[in-house]
Design a protein around this ligand. Sequence first.
Ligand code: KMH
Ligand code: ZN
Length: 274
Amino acid sequence: MNKLIITCAISGAEVTKEHSPYIPYTVKEMAEEAYQAYVAGASIIHLHVRHDDGRPTQSKLRYERVMKAILKRCPDVIIQPSTGGAVGMSRDERLKPVQLNPEMCTLDCGTLNFGGDDIFVNTENDIKYFAQVIAVHHVFPELECFEKGHIDMVLRLHKKGFIKDPMHFSFVLGVNGGMTGEERDFLFLKDSIPNGCTYSVAGIGKYEFSLAELSIKHGGHVRVGLEDNIFIEKGVLAKGNRELVEKVVKIAKSYGREIATPDEARDILGLRRK
Ligand code: KMH
Ligand code: ZN
């Protein structure tokens, strides 16, 4: 079996210290959480940044500081800034970290209701705009799909030339407002992408480890992290991202799947190291 790429979403934009005291806000906390996830086996850090008081921001300067601090602790890790940011941010605000020319970033491939009454807006026009800016900066986009219609959007924009090969998908399942993360959902999405594409699965909340296991079994990749789920088991808070990554590594080992280093992840995805 191919090696497993583990992405760790260390903070996100929505979870606060009131939900879990282990959520990192400051530059130092972010670097420490990224380092712990990396030591445990994560080769990609999916990154949102915050002000010191926890408010989400897409400030280029803040990303620059956090990325530098992370690379100081783990020089070969792949950093994947978010271009999703937080609900309500403008397109150009969300795209700010791309100006730093990271190796990867996310590209959100459709609109959905997001956790109750919020709407995470990604119209076709928005996606084309994001894809163009990301391409200008030679950044490799991870195609975030929260439901099947988002995959169809990617395939349409791929045909029109806005999204290029190699395509790497991320199925983010279990958002309140998006598709659930049952086995049938995962199988439907995995079978809906073209042969030769790679994919990773991020299960939100209770779906984190069941989806991780399914993806491991089927040769896909996995994202875990406090952005997606704060519990190591039902009712028990994870004491940081490291525990979540360690749990995935344990599942992977039970299926005989080795963990990819960052350079092996680059090879699998077709990434050029910057
Ligand atoms: N914070 C969500 C509204 C991404 O990182 O690209 C969007 C999000 C997706 O987290
Ligand atoms: Zn995110």
